[in-house]
Design a protein around this ligand. Sequence first.
Ligand SMILES: [Zn+2]
Length: 463
Amino acid sequence: MSGLNANLAKSQIFFSCVKPNMRRIILGILPFDVGKFPFKYLEVPMCITKLFCRDCKQLVEKIKMRVFNWKSKFLSFAGRLHLINVVLTSIHVYWASIFKIHVTTIKEIEKLCRSYLWANVEVVKGKAKASWNNICKHKEYGGLGVKDLRKWNDALLAKHVWNVIKNKNSLWVQCVRRNYIRDRCFWDIKQKKNMNWTWERILEVRKAIRPHVVSCVGNGMNTSLWHDWWHPIGILSAIISTREWVSKGFNDMYLVSDVMVNDHYLWPVEWMNDFPGLRDGPMFCNNADQLDVTVWRDKNGISKHFLSKQDQVKCWEVKGNLLCPFCLVTNDSHDHLFFKCEFSHLIWSHFCNKMDLCISYDDWNELILKLCGFIKGKAVESLVKKIVLASCVAHIWKERNSRLFSNISKLHKEVIFCIEKEVQLKLLGLRKKSIMVNDKDYKNWGIHGRDRRCKDEYKNVDK
Ligand SMILES: [Zn+2]
Protein backbone atom coordinates (compact mmCIF):
# COMPACT_ATOMS: atom_id res chain seq x y z
CA MET A 1 0.00 0.00 0.00
CA SER A 2 1.23 3.49 -0.79
CA GLY A 3 -0.32 4.88 2.37
CA LEU A 4 -2.54 7.28 0.39
CA ASN A 5 -6.15 7.65 1.45
CA ALA A 6 -9.07 8.83 -0.63
CA ASN A 7 -10.14 12.34 0.31
CA LEU A 8 -13.76 11.86 1.40
CA ALA A 9 -14.60 15.53 0.97
CA LYS A 10 -13.47 15.44 -2.66
CA SER A 11 -14.77 12.00 -3.65
CA GLN A 12 -18.24 11.11 -4.85
CA ILE A 13 -19.92 8.04 -6.26
CA PHE A 14 -21.95 8.02 -9.49
CA PHE A 15 -24.46 5.33 -10.41
CA SER A 16 -25.60 4.36 -13.85
CA CYS A 17 -28.33 1.73 -14.37
CA VAL A 18 -27.94 0.35 -10.82
CA LYS A 19 -31.08 -0.96 -9.09
CA PRO A 20 -32.07 0.88 -5.85
CA ASN A 21 -31.44 -2.23 -3.74
CA MET A 22 -27.93 -2.64 -5.02
CA ARG A 23 -27.36 1.08 -4.65
CA ARG A 24 -28.17 0.90 -0.92
CA ILE A 25 -25.84 -2.05 -0.42
CA ILE A 26 -22.98 -0.31 -2.21
CA LEU A 27 -23.52 2.92 -0.27
CA GLY A 28 -23.49 0.89 2.96
CA ILE A 29 -19.97 -0.28 2.12
CA LEU A 30 -18.46 2.85 0.55
CA PRO A 31 -18.30 6.03 2.64
CA PHE A 32 -18.86 8.41 -0.32
CA ASP A 33 -21.72 10.78 -1.05
CA VAL A 34 -23.80 10.24 -4.15
CA GLY A 35 -22.76 12.70 -6.86
CA LYS A 36 -25.02 14.31 -9.41
CA PHE A 37 -24.54 15.01 -13.10
CA PRO A 38 -23.22 17.22 -14.52
CA PHE A 39 -19.95 17.40 -12.64
CA LYS A 40 -16.60 18.78 -13.67
CA TYR A 41 -13.74 16.52 -14.64
CA LEU A 42 -10.42 18.04 -15.80
CA GLU A 43 -12.20 21.40 -16.10
CA VAL A 44 -14.89 20.17 -18.50
CA PRO A 45 -18.49 19.27 -17.66
CA MET A 46 -19.48 15.59 -17.69
CA CYS A 47 -23.14 14.98 -18.52
CA ILE A 48 -25.24 12.01 -19.41
CA THR A 49 -27.48 14.00 -21.74
CA LYS A 50 -26.49 16.26 -24.58
CA LEU A 51 -24.39 19.30 -23.83
CA PHE A 52 -26.65 22.33 -23.39
CA CYS A 53 -25.50 25.90 -23.61
CA ARG A 54 -25.95 26.29 -19.86
CA ASP A 55 -23.23 23.65 -19.44
CA CYS A 56 -20.88 25.76 -21.56
CA LYS A 57 -21.49 28.95 -19.59
CA GLN A 58 -18.26 28.40 -17.76
CA LEU A 59 -16.35 28.42 -21.05
CA VAL A 60 -17.85 31.76 -22.04
CA GLU A 61 -17.07 33.17 -18.58
CA LYS A 62 -13.48 32.00 -18.84
CA ILE A 63 -13.01 33.75 -22.18
CA LYS A 64 -14.69 36.88 -20.84
CA MET A 65 -12.26 36.94 -17.92
CA ARG A 66 -9.26 36.76 -20.25
CA VAL A 67 -10.55 39.48 -22.53
CA PHE A 68 -11.79 42.05 -20.11
CA ASN A 69 -9.08 42.19 -17.49
CA TRP A 70 -7.01 45.33 -17.13
CA LYS A 71 -3.98 43.95 -18.98
CA SER A 72 -5.85 43.24 -22.21
CA LYS A 73 -7.61 46.60 -22.09
CA PHE A 74 -4.45 48.45 -23.13
CA LEU A 75 -3.56 46.33 -26.14
CA SER A 76 -3.35 47.71 -29.65
CA PHE A 77 -5.46 46.31 -32.49
CA ALA A 78 -2.66 43.93 -33.49
CA GLY A 79 -2.25 42.86 -29.87
CA ARG A 80 -5.98 42.20 -29.51
CA LEU A 81 -5.98 40.16 -32.69
CA HIS A 82 -3.08 38.11 -31.42
CA LEU A 83 -4.76 37.56 -28.06
CA ILE A 84 -7.91 36.32 -29.79
CA ASN A 85 -5.94 34.00 -32.02
CA VAL A 86 -3.61 32.56 -29.47
CA VAL A 87 -5.27 32.64 -26.08
CA LEU A 88 -9.00 32.72 -26.57
CA THR A 89 -9.28 30.18 -29.33
CA SER A 90 -6.98 27.84 -27.42
CA ILE A 91 -9.35 27.88 -24.44
CA HIS A 92 -12.07 26.88 -26.87
CA VAL A 93 -9.89 24.24 -28.52
CA TYR A 94 -9.62 22.24 -25.31
CA TRP A 95 -13.39 21.96 -25.00
CA ALA A 96 -13.92 21.56 -28.73
CA SER A 97 -11.61 18.58 -28.88
CA ILE A 98 -13.94 16.79 -26.45
CA PHE A 99 -17.49 17.91 -27.36
CA LYS A 100 -19.47 19.30 -30.18
CA ILE A 101 -20.06 22.76 -28.74
CA HIS A 102 -23.54 24.23 -28.88
CA VAL A 103 -24.09 26.73 -31.70
CA THR A 104 -25.45 29.33 -29.26
CA THR A 105 -22.23 29.12 -27.22
CA ILE A 106 -20.08 29.49 -30.31
CA LYS A 107 -22.10 32.53 -31.38
CA GLU A 108 -21.66 34.03 -27.92
CA ILE A 109 -17.87 33.50 -28.01
CA GLU A 110 -17.67 35.01 -31.48
CA LYS A 111 -19.66 38.01 -30.31
CA LEU A 112 -17.23 38.55 -27.44
CA CYS A 113 -14.19 38.28 -29.70
CA ARG A 114 -15.76 40.57 -32.28
CA SER A 115 -16.61 43.31 -29.79
CA TYR A 116 -13.18 43.04 -28.20
CA LEU A 117 -11.36 43.19 -31.52
CA TRP A 118 -13.19 46.18 -32.97
CA ALA A 119 -14.09 48.26 -29.95
CA ASN A 120 -12.30 46.79 -26.91
CA VAL A 121 -15.61 46.59 -25.00
CA GLU A 122 -17.86 43.73 -23.97
CA VAL A 123 -20.91 44.37 -26.12
CA VAL A 124 -20.97 46.66 -29.08
CA LYS A 125 -22.93 46.94 -32.28
CA GLY A 126 -22.14 48.54 -35.61
CA LYS A 127 -18.40 48.97 -35.04
CA ALA A 128 -17.18 46.08 -37.17
CA LYS A 129 -15.23 47.09 -40.25
CA ALA A 130 -15.47 43.68 -41.91
CA SER A 131 -17.72 40.68 -41.53
CA TRP A 132 -16.59 37.98 -39.10
CA ASN A 133 -16.63 35.45 -41.93
CA ASN A 134 -14.03 37.51 -43.77
CA ILE A 135 -11.97 37.95 -40.59
CA CYS A 136 -11.89 34.17 -40.23
CA LYS A 137 -10.43 33.67 -43.70
CA HIS A 138 -6.79 32.77 -44.07
CA LYS A 139 -4.42 35.74 -44.55
CA GLU A 140 -3.71 34.60 -48.11
CA TYR A 141 -7.37 35.11 -48.92
CA GLY A 142 -7.64 38.55 -47.37
CA GLY A 143 -8.72 37.56 -43.87
CA LEU A 144 -6.95 37.98 -40.53
CA GLY A 145 -6.50 34.27 -39.93
CA VAL A 146 -8.78 34.03 -36.88
CA LYS A 147 -9.95 30.46 -36.31
CA ASP A 148 -13.48 29.66 -37.40
CA LEU A 149 -14.71 28.01 -34.20
CA ARG A 150 -17.34 25.81 -35.86
CA LYS A 151 -14.89 24.42 -38.40
CA TRP A 152 -12.28 23.92 -35.72
CA ASN A 153 -14.76 22.02 -33.61
CA ASP A 154 -15.53 19.69 -36.52
CA ALA A 155 -11.86 19.28 -37.36
CA LEU A 156 -11.03 18.38 -33.77
CA LEU A 157 -13.86 15.86 -33.61
CA ALA A 158 -12.65 14.40 -36.90
CA LYS A 159 -9.54 13.36 -35.00
CA HIS A 160 -11.73 10.96 -32.99
CA VAL A 161 -13.17 9.55 -36.21
CA TRP A 162 -9.64 9.06 -37.52
CA ASN A 163 -8.67 7.25 -34.30
CA VAL A 164 -11.65 4.93 -34.70
CA ILE A 165 -10.79 4.20 -38.34
CA LYS A 166 -7.16 3.54 -37.48
CA ASN A 167 -8.29 1.43 -34.50
CA LYS A 168 -6.00 3.32 -32.16
CA ASN A 169 -5.00 1.46 -29.06
CA SER A 170 -6.87 3.67 -26.60
CA LEU A 171 -9.53 2.86 -24.05
CA TRP A 172 -12.05 5.16 -25.70
CA VAL A 173 -11.60 3.63 -29.17
CA GLN A 174 -11.88 0.09 -27.81
CA CYS A 175 -15.00 1.06 -25.88
CA VAL A 176 -16.57 2.61 -29.00
CA ARG A 177 -15.68 -0.42 -31.11
CA ARG A 178 -17.19 -2.83 -28.58
CA ASN A 179 -20.34 -0.94 -27.71
CA TYR A 180 -21.27 1.13 -30.73
CA ILE A 181 -19.69 -0.39 -33.82
CA ARG A 182 -19.53 -4.10 -32.91
CA ASP A 183 -19.27 -6.15 -36.11
CA ARG A 184 -20.69 -3.45 -38.39
CA CYS A 185 -18.80 -1.31 -40.86
CA PHE A 186 -18.17 2.10 -39.32
CA TRP A 187 -19.10 3.92 -42.54
CA ASP A 188 -22.48 2.18 -42.81
CA ILE A 189 -23.83 2.92 -39.33
CA LYS A 190 -27.00 4.98 -39.70
CA GLN A 191 -27.60 8.05 -37.56
CA LYS A 192 -30.70 7.63 -35.39
CA LYS A 193 -32.54 10.02 -33.13
CA ASN A 194 -32.31 8.01 -29.93
CA MET A 195 -28.55 7.56 -30.22
CA ASN A 196 -25.99 8.70 -27.69
CA TRP A 197 -25.62 12.41 -28.41
CA THR A 198 -21.82 12.52 -28.65
CA TRP A 199 -21.72 9.40 -30.79
CA GLU A 200 -24.28 10.92 -33.13
CA ARG A 201 -22.12 14.06 -33.49
CA ILE A 202 -19.12 11.89 -34.33
CA LEU A 203 -21.14 10.04 -36.97
CA GLU A 204 -22.17 13.39 -38.36
CA VAL A 205 -18.53 14.52 -38.75
CA ARG A 206 -17.84 11.23 -40.54
CA LYS A 207 -19.54 12.57 -43.69
CA ALA A 208 -17.00 15.34 -44.04
CA ILE A 209 -13.98 13.10 -43.77
CA ARG A 210 -15.32 10.19 -45.82
CA PRO A 211 -14.01 11.57 -49.15
CA HIS A 212 -10.50 11.74 -47.71
CA VAL A 213 -10.06 8.30 -46.17
CA VAL A 214 -8.76 5.71 -48.60
CA SER A 215 -7.10 2.33 -48.34
CA CYS A 216 -3.62 1.81 -49.63
CA VAL A 217 -3.72 -1.86 -50.64
CA GLY A 218 -0.89 -4.19 -49.72
CA ASN A 219 -1.88 -7.82 -49.22
CA GLY A 220 -5.57 -6.83 -49.17
CA MET A 221 -6.21 -8.69 -45.91
CA ASN A 222 -7.69 -5.81 -43.95
CA THR A 223 -9.55 -3.80 -46.58
CA SER A 224 -13.24 -4.46 -47.04
CA LEU A 225 -13.98 -5.15 -50.69
CA TRP A 226 -17.31 -3.31 -50.65
CA HIS A 227 -17.18 -0.71 -47.90
CA ASP A 228 -13.64 0.68 -47.90
CA TRP A 229 -12.53 3.08 -50.58
CA TRP A 230 -9.64 1.46 -52.37
CA HIS A 231 -10.74 1.34 -56.00
CA PRO A 232 -10.24 4.35 -58.31
CA ILE A 233 -13.86 4.21 -59.47
CA GLY A 234 -15.12 4.77 -55.92
CA ILE A 235 -16.57 2.85 -52.97
CA LEU A 236 -17.80 -0.35 -54.59
CA SER A 237 -20.89 -0.75 -52.40
CA ALA A 238 -22.11 2.60 -53.75
CA ILE A 239 -21.56 1.51 -57.35
CA ILE A 240 -22.56 -2.15 -57.39
CA SER A 241 -25.86 -2.94 -55.65
CA THR A 242 -25.99 -5.51 -52.84
CA ARG A 243 -28.43 -7.62 -54.84
CA GLU A 244 -25.97 -7.75 -57.72
CA TRP A 245 -23.01 -8.92 -55.71
CA VAL A 246 -25.03 -11.40 -53.60
CA SER A 247 -26.34 -12.95 -56.84
CA LYS A 248 -22.75 -13.55 -57.93
CA GLY A 249 -21.90 -15.35 -54.71
CA PHE A 250 -20.12 -12.52 -52.87
CA ASN A 251 -20.96 -11.55 -49.33
CA ASP A 252 -20.64 -8.50 -47.12
CA MET A 253 -17.50 -9.74 -45.37
CA TYR A 254 -15.40 -10.08 -48.55
CA LEU A 255 -11.93 -8.57 -48.41
CA VAL A 256 -9.83 -7.24 -51.27
CA SER A 257 -7.53 -10.26 -50.89
CA ASP A 258 -10.50 -12.54 -51.75
CA VAL A 259 -10.62 -11.28 -55.34
CA MET A 260 -6.89 -10.68 -55.73
CA VAL A 261 -4.82 -13.35 -57.52
CA ASN A 262 -1.20 -12.45 -58.34
CA ASP A 263 -1.79 -8.73 -58.84
CA HIS A 264 -4.96 -9.40 -60.87
CA TYR A 265 -8.54 -9.02 -59.76
CA LEU A 266 -11.10 -11.67 -60.50
CA TRP A 267 -14.48 -10.13 -61.31
CA PRO A 268 -17.54 -11.72 -62.97
CA VAL A 269 -17.18 -11.34 -66.75
CA GLU A 270 -20.57 -9.55 -67.14
CA TRP A 271 -19.43 -6.76 -64.82
CA MET A 272 -16.65 -5.73 -67.19
CA ASN A 273 -19.19 -4.06 -69.48
CA ASP A 274 -21.56 -2.89 -66.77
CA PHE A 275 -18.89 -1.20 -64.66
CA PRO A 276 -16.18 0.22 -66.88
CA GLY A 277 -12.89 0.77 -65.03
CA LEU A 278 -13.51 -2.07 -62.59
CA ARG A 279 -10.61 -3.97 -64.08
CA ASP A 280 -8.18 -1.24 -62.88
CA GLY A 281 -5.90 -1.78 -59.91
CA PRO A 282 -6.19 0.00 -56.56
CA MET A 283 -5.84 3.76 -56.21
CA PHE A 284 -2.83 3.49 -53.87
CA CYS A 285 -0.58 0.49 -53.48
CA ASN A 286 1.60 -0.79 -50.71
CA ASN A 287 4.06 -3.67 -51.10
CA ALA A 288 2.17 -6.91 -51.74
CA ASP A 289 3.68 -8.56 -48.67
CA GLN A 290 2.70 -5.71 -46.36
CA LEU A 291 -0.54 -4.92 -44.58
CA ASP A 292 -3.00 -2.43 -46.04
CA VAL A 293 -2.77 1.07 -44.62
CA THR A 294 -5.54 3.60 -44.22
CA VAL A 295 -4.30 6.88 -45.63
CA TRP A 296 -5.48 10.45 -45.91
CA ARG A 297 -6.19 11.71 -49.42
CA ASP A 298 -6.14 15.46 -49.84
CA LYS A 299 -8.33 17.43 -52.20
CA ASN A 300 -5.82 17.01 -55.03
CA GLY A 301 -6.10 13.26 -54.69
CA ILE A 302 -2.65 12.80 -53.19
CA SER A 303 -2.33 10.39 -50.31
CA LYS A 304 -0.54 11.30 -47.18
CA HIS A 305 0.76 8.40 -45.15
CA PHE A 306 0.24 8.69 -41.45
CA LEU A 307 3.24 6.56 -40.72
CA SER A 308 4.36 5.52 -37.30
CA LYS A 309 7.89 6.49 -36.26
CA GLN A 310 9.50 3.16 -37.13
CA ASP A 311 8.01 3.22 -40.60
CA GLN A 312 9.39 6.68 -41.07
CA VAL A 313 12.85 5.54 -40.06
CA LYS A 314 12.53 2.64 -42.49
CA CYS A 315 11.68 5.10 -45.22
CA TRP A 316 14.83 7.01 -44.43
CA GLU A 317 16.88 3.85 -44.57
CA VAL A 318 15.42 2.88 -47.91
CA LYS A 319 15.98 6.32 -49.32
CA GLY A 320 19.36 6.43 -47.55
CA ASN A 321 21.15 7.47 -50.74
CA LEU A 322 20.50 11.19 -50.16
CA LEU A 323 22.81 12.94 -52.57
CA CYS A 324 24.78 16.09 -51.88
CA PRO A 325 22.55 18.92 -53.12
CA PHE A 326 25.57 20.80 -54.50
CA CYS A 327 27.17 18.29 -56.83
CA LEU A 328 24.49 15.55 -56.89
CA VAL A 329 27.24 12.97 -57.14
CA THR A 330 28.19 11.75 -53.68
CA ASN A 331 26.20 11.09 -50.51
CA ASP A 332 25.51 13.98 -48.22
CA SER A 333 27.89 13.90 -45.22
CA HIS A 334 29.76 16.35 -42.99
CA ASP A 335 33.07 15.62 -44.60
CA HIS A 336 31.80 15.98 -48.09
CA LEU A 337 29.31 18.77 -47.65
CA PHE A 338 31.53 21.25 -45.87
CA PHE A 339 34.93 20.62 -47.38
CA LYS A 340 35.31 17.98 -50.03
CA CYS A 341 32.47 19.00 -52.33
CA GLU A 342 33.56 21.09 -55.30
CA PHE A 343 31.09 23.80 -54.35
CA SER A 344 32.31 24.19 -50.75
CA HIS A 345 35.89 23.80 -51.92
CA LEU A 346 35.57 26.89 -54.14
CA ILE A 347 34.25 28.89 -51.18
CA TRP A 348 36.95 27.68 -48.80
CA SER A 349 39.81 28.22 -51.18
CA HIS A 350 38.63 31.77 -51.83
CA PHE A 351 38.82 32.63 -48.14
CA CYS A 352 42.00 30.61 -47.50
CA ASN A 353 43.76 32.60 -50.23
CA LYS A 354 42.46 35.79 -48.76
CA MET A 355 43.77 34.99 -45.27
CA ASP A 356 46.99 33.25 -46.44
CA LEU A 357 45.91 30.02 -44.88
CA CYS A 358 47.04 26.64 -46.05
CA ILE A 359 44.59 23.96 -45.11
CA SER A 360 44.49 20.48 -46.54
CA TYR A 361 41.39 18.55 -45.78
CA ASP A 362 41.34 14.81 -45.60
CA ASP A 363 39.37 14.25 -42.50
CA TRP A 364 36.77 16.35 -40.71
CA ASN A 365 38.20 15.78 -37.21
CA GLU A 366 41.75 16.47 -38.29
CA LEU A 367 40.64 19.65 -39.97
CA ILE A 368 38.79 20.89 -36.91
CA LEU A 369 41.91 20.32 -34.82
CA LYS A 370 44.01 22.28 -37.31
CA LEU A 371 41.53 25.12 -37.41
CA CYS A 372 41.45 25.25 -33.64
CA GLY A 373 45.18 25.88 -33.76
CA PHE A 374 44.70 28.76 -36.20
CA ILE A 375 42.04 30.52 -34.26
CA LYS A 376 43.67 30.43 -30.84
CA GLY A 377 44.30 33.69 -29.03
CA LYS A 378 42.64 37.05 -29.00
CA ALA A 379 44.63 38.72 -31.77
CA VAL A 380 42.56 40.28 -34.45
CA GLU A 381 43.75 37.82 -37.13
CA SER A 382 42.50 34.81 -35.24
CA LEU A 383 39.27 36.63 -34.52
CA VAL A 384 38.75 37.27 -38.23
CA LYS A 385 39.51 33.63 -38.96
CA LYS A 386 36.96 32.58 -36.38
CA ILE A 387 34.34 34.84 -37.93
CA VAL A 388 35.10 33.58 -41.44
CA LEU A 389 35.01 29.94 -40.37
CA ALA A 390 31.67 30.35 -38.60
CA SER A 391 30.20 32.30 -41.52
CA CYS A 392 31.33 29.77 -44.09
CA VAL A 393 29.89 26.81 -42.21
CA ALA A 394 26.62 28.67 -41.58
CA HIS A 395 26.23 29.80 -45.20
CA ILE A 396 27.12 26.44 -46.72
CA TRP A 397 24.56 24.81 -44.44
CA LYS A 398 21.98 27.47 -45.28
CA GLU A 399 22.59 27.01 -48.99
CA ARG A 400 22.25 23.24 -48.65
CA ASN A 401 18.89 23.62 -46.87
CA SER A 402 17.60 26.15 -49.33
CA ARG A 403 18.44 23.80 -52.22
CA LEU A 404 16.90 20.82 -50.47
CA PHE A 405 13.75 22.35 -49.06
CA SER A 406 12.96 25.45 -51.12
CA ASN A 407 14.49 24.52 -54.46
CA ILE A 408 16.33 27.85 -54.54
CA SER A 409 20.03 27.76 -55.34
CA LYS A 410 22.82 30.32 -55.39
CA LEU A 411 26.11 30.24 -57.28
CA HIS A 412 29.27 29.82 -55.20
CA LYS A 413 30.17 33.45 -56.00
CA GLU A 414 26.89 34.63 -54.50
CA VAL A 415 27.51 32.62 -51.33
CA ILE A 416 31.02 34.13 -51.11
CA PHE A 417 29.49 37.58 -51.46
CA CYS A 418 27.05 36.91 -48.61
CA ILE A 419 29.86 35.64 -46.37
CA GLU A 420 32.00 38.70 -47.14
CA LYS A 421 29.13 41.02 -46.30
CA GLU A 422 28.62 39.23 -43.03
CA VAL A 423 32.31 39.42 -42.12
CA GLN A 424 32.33 43.14 -42.97
CA LEU A 425 29.37 43.80 -40.71
CA LYS A 426 30.91 41.80 -37.89
CA LEU A 427 34.21 43.68 -38.18
CA LEU A 428 32.40 46.99 -38.12
CA GLY A 429 30.46 45.83 -35.11
CA LEU A 430 33.54 45.12 -32.98
CA ARG A 431 33.16 47.26 -29.94
CA LYS A 432 35.96 46.09 -27.73
CA LYS A 433 38.69 48.72 -27.51
CA SER A 434 41.30 46.04 -26.93
CA ILE A 435 40.72 44.68 -30.42
CA MET A 436 42.38 46.97 -32.89
CA VAL A 437 41.57 46.25 -36.48
CA ASN A 438 44.29 47.79 -38.62
CA ASP A 439 43.88 49.49 -41.98
CA LYS A 440 45.18 46.50 -43.87
CA ASP A 441 42.54 44.25 -42.37
CA TYR A 442 39.82 46.74 -43.09
CA LYS A 443 40.94 47.10 -46.70
CA ASN A 444 41.30 43.35 -47.07
CA TRP A 445 37.62 42.99 -46.23
CA GLY A 446 36.47 45.80 -48.47
CA ILE A 447 35.84 48.31 -45.68
CA HIS A 448 36.85 51.78 -46.78
CA GLY A 449 37.19 55.18 -45.15
CA ARG A 450 33.54 56.25 -45.13
CA ASP A 451 32.24 53.10 -43.46
CA ARG A 452 34.90 53.34 -40.80
CA ARG A 453 34.12 56.99 -40.12
CA CYS A 454 30.55 55.95 -39.51
CA LYS A 455 31.86 53.33 -37.18
CA ASP A 456 34.06 55.90 -35.39
CA GLU A 457 31.07 58.16 -35.00
CA TYR A 458 29.17 55.30 -33.40
CA LYS A 459 32.13 54.80 -31.08
CA ASN A 460 32.02 58.44 -30.03
CA VAL A 461 28.32 58.21 -29.37
CA ASP A 462 28.99 55.11 -27.25
CA LYS A 463 31.44 57.04 -25.13
ZN1 LIG B 1 28.86 17.59 -53.28
